[in-house]
Design a binder for this molecule. Structure first.
Ligand SMILES: NC(=O)c1ccc[n+]([C@@H]2O[C@H](COP(=O)([O-])OP(=O)(O)OC[C@H]3O[C@@H](n4cnc5c(N)ncnc54)[C@H](OP(=O)(O)O)[C@@H]3O)[C@@H](O)[C@H]2O)c1
Length: 336
């Protein structure tokens, strides 16, 4: 079967509000040229992350359609000249590269070193919910905080029902000896984090009181997807010599309140490896493979809660609209 020269995609041409039907449009784009390490993937499902919303809304007028989308699951259709780890026909998942054209398309080129085989036990839609948030949670826990099977103490996962929190709670419970507190700001979030295995539920709207109620001595580790205005509270609930890992974009952040307890602050950006083509780029392929094995062993579940069966501009606008609320529980997926 020969590959066509153009395919259907969904693109932004300007940073319009998601209520505007022109904010995401159905377009035709060229099939990408493969670099030596690329695989060409027929995309079956994507999930929408806050980064999709942030990039779309920050755009100015575009010269060419801007294809967004990072999380994806699909089938390898062709491989570049240097690809060794994947073959045509492999069912894969990945979170892509912020510098390249995205997954809201029929055929996407992506570097094999950040792609792994998807969990066999999940549908494409169920799989697409996980890669970006799983990479973020994995790198936060095991690389930034250097936690492992022998780690003990308490971890507070703020935004526990969000995309990242939902997989972090599961990974921390499965792969460390930590007690895991997960934050929820509404009843549906509370129920969800309890189902995912959180040992206790706290409330990010009343962090200090709710942590004191279940961990009066404080916590050794804290994950923050919402740091703005919260550093004073973090300084109260984290123990001396504790550690925080943050993933958000808090402009003008002041970390001085953490000094007297010598609390460490780590940044995690899951695009760092692909942005800088770090020598360990293939670590993301490896960790995605480990997450796939955990899923297939029944130890980790998909975080998909909403599946939109409409891989078009209309379906993706609805997914962006939901994610923009900042209140979603789990993940929103769009699939064919
Ligand atoms: N650096 C990286 O590599 C990286 C990777 C992924 C995401 N991020 C960023 O991290 C943030 C979270 O991502 P996500 O995918 O988890 O988002 P998400 O799925 O949109 O998060 C939604 C959840 O956030 C909770 N929430 C709302 N306000 C909160 C607050 N003030 N404090 C804590 N939680 C709150 C809500 O719970 P309630 O409704 O119950 O309050 C909701 O369940 C975003 O800014 C995203 O861009 C960064």
């Amino acid at each position: 079967m020969s590959t066509p020269s153009t395919v259907n995609a969904v693109a932004a041409l300007d940073g319009l509000p998601i209520s505007d039907p022109a904010s995401l449009q159905d377009v035709r784009v060229e099939v990408p040229e493969l670099r030596p390490h690329d695989v060409l993937v027929r995309v079956q499902a994507v999930s929408v992350n806050p980064v999709d919303v942030k990039v779309r809304s920050g755009l100015g007028p575009q010269q060419a359609p801007k294809v967004l989308g990072w999380d994806a699951a699909g089938t390898v259709e062709a491989v570049g000249s240097s690809v060794t780890s994947l073959s045509a026909g492999d069912e894969v998942w990945y979170a892509g590269d912020i510098t390249r054209s995205g997954s809201n398309t029929e055929l996407q080129a992506v570097d094999e070193r950040i792609v792994s085989r998807k969990p066999a036990s999940l549908s494409f839609a169920e799989a697409a919910a996980l890669p970006l948030t799983a990479i973020t949670a994995w790198e936060s826990l095991f690389e930034r905080l250097r936690l492992g099977a022998s780690s003990t103490g308490t971890l507070a996962v703020l935004g526990g029902a969000g995309g990242v929190g939902s997989i972090m709670v599961q990974l921390a419970k499965q792969l460390t000896g930590l007690r895991v507190l997960a934050s929820a700001g509404k009843p549906a979030s509370r129920t969800w984090v309890e189902q995912l295995g959180a040992d206790a539920v706290i409330d990010h709207h009343d962090l200090v009181t709710s942590v004191q109620a279940v961990a009066p001595e404080g916590v050794e580790f804290l994950f923050s997807p919402n740091s703005t205005g919260n550093v004073e509270a973090f300084a109260q609930v984290v123990k001396p010599f504790g550690q925080i890992v943050a993933i958000d974009d808090p402009v003008g952040l002041d970390l001085f309140p953490l000094k007297s307890k010598s609390i460490a602050w780590h940044w995690e950006l899951m695009f760092t490896r692909s942005l800088y083509t770090t020598p360990d780029l293939a670590e993301q392929q490896r960790l995605l493979g480990e997450v796939a094995a955990l899923v297939d062993a029944g130890r980790v579940r998909t975080t998909m809660t909403t599946a939109i069966d409409d891989f078009s501009a209309a379906g993706l606008r609805e997914a962006h609209r939901l994610v923009e609320t900042g209140r979603t529980v789990g993940k929103v997926v769009v699939h064919r």
